[in-house]
Every structure is written in structure tokens, then in C-alpha cells.
Design a protein around this ligand. Structure first.
Ligand code: GAR
Length: 219
């Protein structure tokens, strides 16, 4: 969030209607599976209306199809770190068509900005594999290991115009152990993600939620 601005993020609660999720991801889909599992076992009262990936062979799409959940690959266009304008419009159109209330980023590796965030203002959440504001950006577990911190973790946060800067909804700490490798640490963080994300989404179904901007430093 830009400093100095005040912004409210409110999830609209739909009475009897279940919160309808649109899940975006680029990878193997372990967070998506945890969310789908929580819905199935009744601990998360929501439904997944659509899963979209920018990667045709993403495991996430396969997991969705196995569960009978609509899943689409939408080509991201020429840019490496964001969607091109046509792709962005296609993502927005598909999510609107699926009538999703909340966009859930689950390992989506492109930055969403501008028109996308306008279309779903205050309705996009993300999970990041570190205790923000430490280690934003790519391979946060590797950044943590290289830095030498003894505790890291994962964060669920609202998405704003910055990179991993939006208001924090929930965090879970994970120890960095002697002898950890990039892989072992990432696995431990992902175990924490698999409980934190569904639990946080379940809290959002009980909303409304509001997060105020942090005060500008020095004021
Ligand atoms: C997760 O660890 C998630 O925190 C991370 O990608 C992984 C996706 O795994 N996201 C980011 O790094 C976003 N900046 P999954 O496909 O098995 O859910």
C-alpha cells in the first residue's frame, strides 16, 4: 500500500450465499488442494467457481479438473512478470463470468496491477512464503535461508498495488533448522501454508473485514 493513503478492504458477505472463490496459480497447486479439501470437509464454507493458470501444464489445473472444478489456462502474453493487456482482460472476463466474490492467489507468479485490481478492488488475497515485510518477491524461503534468519513463515495478505505490501490478514511462524536446505525449508513453510490459507479464508467468510492502511512512518 502506498504510504499516506487510507484504504478499506471489505469482503461482502452474501447472507446465505456461499463465498465464491476464483483461484489463480502457476504451480503444483498444494495450496489449492488444501483449500479444496477444507471446503470438502466443511471447515471452509465456500465454493471454487473457477481456477485459472498462466501455465498450461500447472499441476493446479489438473487438481481442479480431478475435482470437477472448472479450470482454464489463459496465455499470459509476452511479458515475463505480469499479464499483457489482452490476457488481463481475459482473466477479468473469466472471473466475472464465473461470478467470483474473492480472488485467491495460490502461487500465482505474476504481478497483478491496474485494471485487474480495479475490477476486484479489495477482493484479492495472496499467500506469500515469508513473514512479511521480510523477504518480499521471488523465492522468499531462499532469501530467508541465505540471510540466516532463525524464524521465517508465511503470510496471507490483501493484494494492493505494491509487491507483497498489502494489509496482513494472518501469519504463521516456521523455524529455520540447523542443516536446512532450500527444499526442506520450503517444504516446512508449505506445510504451514496448507493450514493457514484455508483457516484465513474461513475467517473471511464470517466477515465483513476491514483493514486500515498503516500509518506513514514518522507520523
Ligand atoms: C507457495 O509456497 C506460495 O507461497 C508461493 O508459491 C508457492 C506455490 O505452491 N507464492 C509465492 O511465492 C508468491 N510470491 P503451490 O502451487 O503448491 O500452492
Amino acid at each position: 500500500m502506498r504510504s499516506g493513503t487510507r484504504h478499506a478492504f471489505i469482503v461482502r458477505v452474501h447472507g446465505e450465499k456461499k463465498l465464491r472463490l476464483g483461484v489463480l496459480g502457476s504451480g503444483k497447486g498444494s495450496n489449492f488442494v488444501a483449500i479444496a479439501q477444507a471446503i470438502q470437509d466443511g471447515s471452509l464454507e465456500a465454493e471454487v467457481g473457477l481456477v485459472i493458470s498462466d501455465v498450461a501444464e500447472a499441476g493446479l489445473l489438473q487438481h481442479a479438473r480431478e475435482r470437477g472444478i472448472p479450470a482454464r489456462f489463459i496465455a499470459p502474453g509476452a511479458f515475463r512478470t505480469k499479464l499483457d493487456p489482452a490476457a488481463e482482460a481475459a482473466f477479468i472476463g473469466a472471473l466475472h463470468e464465473a461470478q467470483v466474490d474473492l480472488v485467491v492467489l495460490a502461487g500465482f507468479m505474476r504481478i497483478l496491477k491496474g485494471d485487474f485490481l480495479k475490477a476486484f478492488e479489495g477482493r484479492v488475497v495472496n499467500i506469500h512464503p515469508s513473514l512479511l515485510p521480510s523477504f518480499p518477491g521471488l523465492e522468499a524461503w531462499k532469501q530467508a535461508l541465505n540471510y540466516g534468519v532463525k524464524v521465517t513463515g508465511c503470510t496471507v495478505h490483501w493484494v494492493d498495488q505494491g509487491v507483497d505490501t498489502g494489509p496482513i490478514l494472518a501469519q504463521r511462524a516456521v523455524p529455520v533448522l540447523e542443516g536446512d536446505t532450500v527444499t526442506s525449508l520450503h517444504q516446512r513453510i508449505q506445510e504451514a501454508e496448507r493450514t493457514l490459507y484455508p483457516e484465513t479464508l474461513a475467517r473471511l467468510t464470517q466477515g465483513p473485514w476491514m483493514a486500515k492502511a498503516r500509518p506513514t512512518p514518522g507520523t
